[in-house]
Ligand binder design. Structure first.
Ligand code: FES
Ligand code: FES
Length: 177
């Protein structure tokens, strides 16, 4: 199976139904992507497939044939600022959620409200930080712009909030998260 991993074309010999999470960690030796729940609930395994965040524990290898897969090891650009801000703000404690959060946050739109950011990251669970430091770090990195939407307003926040912890498989309509 051939796909583009962090900018390089790779060919993996594995069962087409092998989980992308296992392919990345075992076949590609990229262990930055973590397994938490293994069932699409925690976001620890978040990677980008063609620019969209997905839970790698839910995605079979066959679904990424010819696709662009980006793991935390392949993050570039503003993700650098995100990483530095996570350190500066103490947004990492045990660190298990951090790779998935960095990947998900790196895919946020350039202009996103605070509420949209929170809703988009609802699928990334952190058991240590209480989220405040994470949100501060993302803001420090230039995202999002704080603006308050009236309760019940539509738009991306409401849409993403509805998605909540729902699993992010390839082809899901979940926004960046
Ligand atoms: Fe928890 Fe994949 S390991 S969502
Ligand atoms: Fe431990 Fe987030 S820092 S789960």
């Amino acid at each position: 199976m051939r796909f583009v991993l962090n900018g390089k074309t790779v060919t993996v010999r594995a069962h087409p139904m092998k989980r992308l999470l296992d392919v990345l960690r075992e076949d590609c030796r990229l262990t930055g992507t973590k397994e938490g729940c293994g069932e699409g609930e925690c976001g620890a395994c978040t990677v980008l497939v063609d620019g969209q965040p997905v839970n790698a524990c839910l995605v079979p290898l066959a679904h990424v044939r010819g696709a662009r897969v980006t793991t935390v090891e392949g993050l570039r650009g503003r993700a650098r600022a995100l990483q530095e801000a996570f350190v500066e703000e103490g947004a990492t404690q045990c660190g298990f959620c951090t790779p998935g959060l960095l990947v998900a946050a790196s895919a946020l739109p350039a202009k996103v409200t605070f509420e949209e950011m929170r809703a988009s990251l609802a699928g990334n669970i952190c058991r240590c930080t209480g989220y405040g430091a994470i949100y501060r770090a993302i803001e420090k990195a230039g995202l999002p712009r704080r603006s308050r939407q009236p309760a019940g307003a539509g738009g991306a926040a409401a849409k993403a909030g509805g998605a909540g912890k729902a699993g992010r498989g390839v082809g899901s309509d979940r926004g960046p998260a």
